[in-house]
Design a protein. Sequence first.
Length: 200
Amino acid sequence: MIFPPPARMTNISSAVHGGVRNFCLTDGAEMIPQQPKHKMKNKIVIGMAAAIVTLLAPASFAGDEKEVKITLDQVPVAVQEAVKAYATGTEIKGIENSDVDGTKVIEFDIEKNGQASEVAFRPDGRLFSTEGAVAPAEVPAAVQQTIAKKSKHGTAGAPEKVVQEGKTTYEVVIEKKGKKIEYTISPEGKILNKEAAGKD
């Protein structure tokens, strides 16, 4: 069996609407339009960008966990019993499922005798942390010195004592030039963290 020779293809150009369009001309005089190289490159780049966005999107939001407000009847029984040592039902002003550095906790906002405080438990009822006002006399001298230094030419709010899994720190909000910054300070007076006041 004899096969006909393959059709020869010749590149030609044709003016179209003021531009130039490339074609391949076969032996059968059929004109096949060629895909411009720059368009093919654009499609490849766009496709790669879309793939990268798709891959990165889950990672961007994976650690973005928000506090979820719940009611007392949604709290595990073990936690309901544990919180009774800190507040009655009427003293509990808010409850939230929260995440603290990867640890799931249930936080209670408490108002007792005119004082606001927070207490958090693990889902099994174990105490995780407490946070509340502290008398000035109970604030270590080193912490007071740090607060005085950072609040120079500004004002400092009342410090709070935080005990998280046995570790004690102190938090204070300092306002300076219209900006409020919350500082976390160790008992030795070292600044462990600072962030815009009110930021979770």
